[in-house]
Design a protein around this ligand. Structure first.
Ligand SMILES: Nc1ncnc2c1ncn2[C@@H]1O[C@H](COP(=O)(O)OP(=O)(O)O)[C@@H](O)[C@H]1O
Ligand SMILES: [Mg+2]
Length: 239
């Protein structure tokens, strides 16, 4: 089982969209996916209500700092991947989710506000790593990238962030109508109508590439000790 968290202290950065694209793709591949909807706005919960039953995927809502770790512990045997969608905040539940994650993905659209929200999460990760003496794997994922942006332009951003010690996924999430529609219509990229949603094939390919890269970075493993991953200070207050 692996815990993957989407975090950016700024709302609107693309966390929920990225979390849903990854979750539905992993479930499509046959992995058992549990999404912990830790955003009080409950976007993924609403999507699940519209969607009805989706094979291999379940959503748990009303996550609190007190319940987060219990849910992860309970799902340990049942899930291959636990995906956590957070609010655009830097609070107690964010700190706890980061501390419990095998992989933190930080969506950034390339605007200054997003970058500041990302920096706040990167700082919080560094503080947790120092205090709890753990390593939290994390990467920025560029999102809402214009489909015309060249690989070379993306490489420039990647190199810039890398020079500051931040790793960036090779797969950007492109701006696609399908990724908006999925919240309105419910269902998955597979259940959408190709004749009505433009570039649906490209949206599906992008989801596959994203999942492939994230899976390579985040092997599913048996977790032996949970206590060591949730420092007591993280469950008392945000850093
Ligand atoms: N790759 C994308 N393509 C198209 N629209 C996107 C994409 N990513 C995010 N959006 C849109 O941007 C807005 C904010 O995204 P969202 O995932 O809700 O961000 P967050 O969860 O960080 O607040 C939403 O309207 C969403 O539909
Ligand atoms: Mg969200």
């Amino acid at each position: 089982m692996a815990v993957i968290t989407f975090a950016n202290a700024k709302g609107g950065a693309g966390k929920t969209t990225a979390a849903l694209i990854l979750s539905t793709e992993l479930a499509r591949q046959g992995h058992r996916v549990v999404v912990l909807d830790a955003d009080p706005q409950r976007w993924i919960t609403s999507w699940a209500e519209v969607s009805g039953q989706i094979a291999n995927l379940s959503v748990i809502s009303h996550i609190t700092p007190a319940s987060l770790e219990c849910h992860i512990r309970e799902m340990k045997e049942e899930a291959d991947y636990i995906i956590i969608d957070l609010a655009g905040a830097k609070d107690q539940i964010v700190a706890l989710a980061l501390a419990l994650s095998d992989q933190v993905l930080i969506p950034v659209q390339g605007c200054a506000m997003d970058a500041r929200g990302a920096v706040q999460i990167l700082e919080l990760i560094r503080q947790i790593e120092e205090r709890a003496r753990v390593r939290i794997n994390h990467s920025v994922v560029l999102t809402r990238v214009n489909s015309l942006v060249t690989t070379r332009a993306l490489q420039t951003i990647k190199t810039l962030l890398a020079s500051r010690g931040v790793s960036v996924l090779d797969t950007p999430i492109v701006e696609r109508v399908a990724y908006r529609e999925i919240f309105d219509c419910g269902g998955t990229l597979q259940s959408m109508d190709e004749t009505r949603v433009s570039n649906l094939d490209k949206a599906r390919e992008n989801a596959i590439a994203l999942a492939k890269e994230v899976q390579a970075l985040t092997p599913i493993k048996a977790r032996r000790s949970w206590a060591s991953r949730a420092p007591s200070w993280a469950s008392r207050r945000a850093a």
